[in-house]
Write a protein that binds this ligand. Structure first.
Ligand code: ADP
Length: 578
């Protein structure tokens, strides 16, 4: 039961009990005193009667008066008692009211307050300015409420912080969850990548092993990191452990009869200059048995993430192919050589007939003999070119460099072609750099180069065309430029222009003479001298050829053959303007 109800009940009960017991007590008192009074009066009247019967004259009035007085006193007492009872009732009521107002009500208020506090309404707090226990209790409750309030504020604050922290942790959890997912995905990807990489590595290894070409991976110091089965087989080192060994010592490379020094090795050059290097066409490696193996080779720098880590050498045994080539060249050389002797004789006799040394000739015979002469010249040119190709390919051409003034070579070549130049009315301009010094080249070989390029320019020019020749130099090279305003080379055929026997369709249609060997020979001479040749051309606009030669010039080479001079018959052909 609630304490307020209990107090209410207690006070009500005390009140009712006071009234009941007070009433009982007043009633009993009244009853006893009335019966006593009646009894006393009866007894007095009995005594008076007895006395009367005995005739004893005695009056008991005084006694009656006394009794009456007593009855009055009792009545008065009764009234007083009733009054007192009412008074007590009033006092109890007043006291109860005061008690209620001063103690119970504040207590109830405090109880309510505590209830409010307990239900969370901390701010509804009233301070009772009293100095008694209730005041103390109220202050204590207020203090407690204050503390509770501040604790609640702190708790709220902490709760807020906790909520923020919770939210942050939720966000972090979410983020971590995402990171976890991403990491899992990444790991899965990595795993897949790894599996793929392992599979690819195995595949690559298999490919490398099953390749017919030798493949060798070297580090920056040219130590062998890997060599496939084909490479080991070519070098006769299938069973040897060559990993970690110096490739230079393993290969013993040579060009012709000359051993290749380390700085000249394609591997060294490729790693040093970080570029692809093709091995010379006469390159050979020495196998484990000491036999020379002719090889075609290419070295690529091994660049990983823009950092050079070594090189990859790919090589192929071309001993047989080179032997077949050599035999082919030999055959062409012999055949051409054999053709030259009767050809020279025919030419000689033809020229004698034409000159009238063997008797007078009539015009119709002269015409025939002239045509024959043209054909002989064409054939001689072809035979000479074939012979030159065979000699160049066999590597037997002797190179004898001497300090040569290139401008003099150009002038001489132009002199040689004065006749066709004049015939076609070609305007020739030359520019020779004043600073140009003599360069160490074989004059015959360089003459062959200029003769081919200049004669082509004249041959493939129309009447009144232009020919410009310039010689310049840069830091390391001497640059020669031969430009014309002739037929040009069709774009779709430009990539074949240095191939053997190739002639572009436009010049064939113009019915010009040629063997298709000139540029092949020119390129071979220039590249064997460490130079480069290239061109730009536009059909019906003209062509410009450039070639560079290192200022250091050509390297002397002992050989048993020289180039045959270029002979042409095309000067007789006339290209008419379209
Ligand atoms: P050819 O004996 O036919 O001139 P080359 O090897 O000297 O043989 O030249 C190969 C081909 O290149 C020529 O047939 C021609 O089609 C083309 N060519 C070379 N030089 C020129 C040039 N200056 N103008 C146009 N075409 C050229």
């Amino acid at each position: 039961m609630k304490i307020s109800t209990r107090i209410n009940w207690s006070l009500g009960l005390a009140f009712i009990l006071t009234i009941i017991f007070g009433s009982i007590w007043a009633f009993q008192f009244l009853k006893i005193s009335t019966s006593f009074h009646v009894d006393v009066i009866n007894k007095i009247e009995f005594v008076e009667k007895q006395l009367k019967e005995q005739n004893i004259p005695i009056s008991l009035d005084s006694t009656k008066t006394t009794v009456e007085n007593a009855r009055l006193t009792m009545k008065y007492t009764m009234s007083l008692t009733t009054f007192l009872l009412v008074l007590i009732f009033i006092i109890i009521s007043a006291l109860s009211f005061i008690l209620y107002r001063t103690t119970v009500s504040p207590l109830l208020f405090l109880i309510k307050q505590v209830k409010n506090v307990s239900s969370g309404e901390i701010d509804r707090c009233v301070i009772l300015n009293r100095k008694d226990e209730i005041g103390f209790l109220s202050q204590a409750i207020n203090k407690m409420t204050d503390q509770l309030f501040s604790s609640q504020e702190k708790i709220k604050d902490k709760q807020n912080k906790l909520e923020v922290a919770l939210q942050q942790s939720q966000e972090q959890k979410y983020f971590l969850e995402n990171v976890r997912h991403a990491t899992i995905n990444l790991l899965e990807d990595l795993n897949e990548e790894k599996t793929n990489a392992v599979r690819n590595a195995k595949k690559n290894e298999l490919i490398l092993r099953s390749m017919e070409d030798g493949v060798c991976v070297i580090d920056l110091t040219e130590k062998i990191q890997f060599m496939n089965t084909a490479g080991r087989k070519i070098l006769g080192r299938e069973k040897q452990n060559i990993e970690g060994k110096d490739l230079f010592k393993i290969l013993n490379a040579s060009i012709g009869e000359i051993l290749v020094s380390r700085p000249e090795m394609p591997t060294t050059i490729s790693i040093k200059e970080q570029k692809i290097v093709f091995g010379s066409k006469d390159l050979a490696f020495l196998n484990a048995k000491g036999e020379r193996i002719a090889v075609d080779s290419i070295v690529s720098p091994l660049i990983v993430d823009k950092t050079i880590e070594g090189g990859i050498l790919v090589f192929r045994d071309v001993t047989r192919a080179r032997e077949v080539d050599r035999m082919k060249s030999e055959f062409v050389s012999v055949a051409s050589h054999q053709l030259r002797t009767p050809l020279t004789s025919i030419r000689w006799h033809n020229e004698m007939l034409l000159a009238g040394d063997l008797g007078k000739i009539v015009p119709i015979q002269k015409n025939s003999l002239e045509k024959m002469h043209d054909s002989i010249l064409r054939m001689a040119a072809l035979v000479n070119s074939l012979l030159n190709v065979a000699r160049i390919e066999s590597g037997r051409i002797q190179v004898e460099p001497i300090p040569t003034d290139l401008s003099e070579v150009v002038k001489k070549v132009l002199e040689n072609y004065e006749q066709p130049i004049q015939k076609k009315q070609i305007k020739v301009t030359t520019f020779f750099d004043q600073k140009l010094k003599k360069i160490n080249v074989d004059p015959e070989l360089i003459n062959e180069v200029f003769s081919n390029l200049i004669s082509n320019s004249i041959k493939y020019s129309r009447d009144n065309g232009q020919l410009a020749i310039a010689l310049k130099e840069d830091v390391d090279n001497v640059l020669s430029q031969i430009s014309d305003t002739g037929l040009g080379i069709p774009k779709d055929q430009q990539d074949k222009i240095f191939s053997k026997f190739f002639r572009a369709e436009n010049v064939i249609l113009e019915d010009t003479d040629g063997t298709g060997l000139g540029l092949y020979i020119v390129k071979a001479i220039i590249e064997s001298s460490g130079g480069k040749i290239w061109f730009e051309s536009q059909e019906n606009q003209g062509t410009t050829f450039w070639f560079s030669l290192p200022k250091s010039g050509m390297i002397k080479k002992l050989g048993d053959r020289k180039l045959m001079p270029l002979e042409t018959a095309w000067g007789h052909k006339k290209i008419t303007k379209k």
